[in-house]
Design a protein around this ligand. Structure first.
Ligand code: NAP
Length: 309
C-alpha cells in the first residue's frame, strides 16, 4: 500500500473541512472507498450530489464499519457523542482522528470511548475559511498548511507515521505537539484574533453616533478584514470558546494588559512607544510572508476592482 493511502476512509461530518478532505482524497486517489456520514439528511444529500465520496450513510456507526481511517470533522462540542456512537463499530487496527480546533477537550471527550484495539490520534489542520458546509470545501485547502497531531501517550509509531503520510499526501506539513501546548499556541494565533474580530464588529454594530449604513459604506480595509473573521461559523466558534476556555482566558488577560499599555501611550502622546511597537509587529508580518503562510501582494491580493477603500 502506498504512503498516505487507505483502503476505506470514513468521514464523519462533511462541512468545510470534511468536504475538503473528501475532495483532496478523490483528487489524489488516496482511498478505494470513502464513506460519508453527516448528522442531517440535507447535508448528506448535498455530499452525494457533489459526488464527494463513494457511499453515503446517515448513521455514523454504520459508516465506520470496516474503515481503516476514520476522520471526525464536527464542531468540537459534538466530538464526545460521535466517539460514543462510532466506538462499538470500529475495526480493530483502525486509525481514528479528528480535525477539531481545540485538542485537550477533544481528547477528554473522545479517548474514554475509544477501544484499546484502535489507534486514536487527534489532529488539527491549520487551514480554513469563514465559509461552512459541503459546498465550501476545496481540494487545495491543506496545500502548504500545517497539520498538528497531538498523539496521546503510547501511540503506535507506525499508525502515527501513516496518518502523517496521509496529511502530507493532502499537501500539508505535519508537526506534533502535546494537547495543552497546542491549545495555548492556537489561542493566540487563531482563537484570540477571532474573538477580537467578533468584538470589534459587535462594537461597531452597537455604536450610536455612527450609523450601521456608515460602517458598511465606509468600511476601510481594516474593518473589512475583521468582518471576514467575524463571519466565521457561530457554532464552531461558540464551541472553540467553550472548549479552550483556560488558554483563551489566559491570552485575553495578556491582551488586555498590552491594550492598556497602548491606551496609555496614545493618551500621553508617547509616539516613540507606538512607533516601536508598530515596527516590531510589521516584522512579524514579514516573517509570515517569508514562511510562505501568506501573500505579499497588497491588500491580500484582492483584485484592483475590489480596492474601494
Ligand atoms: P461545518 O462546515 O459547519 O461542518 C460541520 C459538520 O459537522 C457537518 O457535517 C455537520 O452536519 C456536522 N455537525 C454539526 N453539528 C453536529 C453535531 N452536534 N453532531 C454531529 N455532527 C454535527 O464545520 P467545519 O468548518 O468543517 O468544522 C469542522 C471541525 O473542523 C470543527 O471541529 C472545527 O473546529 C474544525 N476546524 C475548522 C476550521 C475552519 O476554518 N472552519 C479549520 C480547522 C479546523 P450537518 O450539516 O448534517 O448538520
Amino acid at each position: 500500500m502506498t504512503d498516505g493511502h487507505f483502503d476505506k476512509i470514513a468521514l464523519i461530518g462533511i462541512g468545510l473541512i470534511g468536504s475538503s478532505i473528501a475532495r483532496a482524497v478523490k483528487a489524489k486517489g488516496l482511498a478505494r472507498t470513502v464513506t460519508i456520514s453527516s448528522r442531517s439528511q440535507e447535508t448528506l444529500d448535498r455530499a452525494r450530489e457533489l459526488e464527494l465520496g463513494t457511499d453515503y450513510v446517515h448513521d455514523a456507526g454504520t459508516a465506520v464499519e470496516g474503515a481503516d481511517l476514520v476522520i471526525v470533522s464536527v464542531p468540537v462540542g459534538a466530538s464526545g457523542k460521535v466517539a460514543e456512537d462510532i466506538a462499538p463499530h470500529l475495526k480493530p487496527g483502525a486509525i481514528v482522528t479528528d480535525v477539531g480546533s481545540t485538542k485537550t477537550s477533544v481528547v477528554a471527550q473522545m479517548l474514554p470511548h475509544m477501544p484499546k484495539t484502535v489507534h486514536f490520534i487527534p489532529g488539527h489542520p491549520l487551514a480554513g475559511t469563514e465559509h461552512s458546509g459541503p459546498d465550501a470545501g476545496f481540494a487545495e485547502l491543506f496545500q502548504n498548511r500545517w497539520c498538528i497531531l497531538t498523539p496521546v501517550h503510547g501511540t503506535d509509531k507506525e499508525a502515527k507515521r501513516r496518518l502523517a503520510a496521509f496529511w502530507e499526501a493532502l499537501g500539508s506539513k505535519v508537526d506534533e505537539m502535546d494537547t495543552e501546548h497546542h491549545d495555548k499556541v492556537l489561542a493566540i494565533v487563531s482563537h484570540l484574533p477571532h474573538i477580537i474580530a467578533y468584538n470589534i464588529v459587535g462594537t461597531a454594530d452597537d455604536l450610536e453616533t455612527v450609523t450601521e449604513s456608515e460602517v458598511i459604506k465606509y468600511s476601510a480595509s481594516g474593518f473589512r478584514d475583521f468582518t471576514r473573521l467575524a463571519a466565521s461559523d457561530p457554532t464552531m466558534w461558540r464551541d472553540v470558546c467553550l472548549h479552550n476556555k483556560d488558554a483563551i482566558l489566559e491570552m485575553l488577560a495578556r491582551f488586555s494588559e498590552d491594550l492598556a499599555y497602548l491606551q496609555r501611550a496614545i493618551r500621553w502622546g508617547d509616539g516613540e512607544k507606538l512607533f516601536d511597537l508598530f515596527t516590531r509587529t510589521r516584522a512579524i508580518r514579514r516573517s509570515i510572508i517569508d514562511a510562505g503562510q501568506d501573500t505579499s501582494a497588497p491588500n491580500f491580493g484582492r483584485p484592483v476592482a475590489d480596492k474601494k477603500s
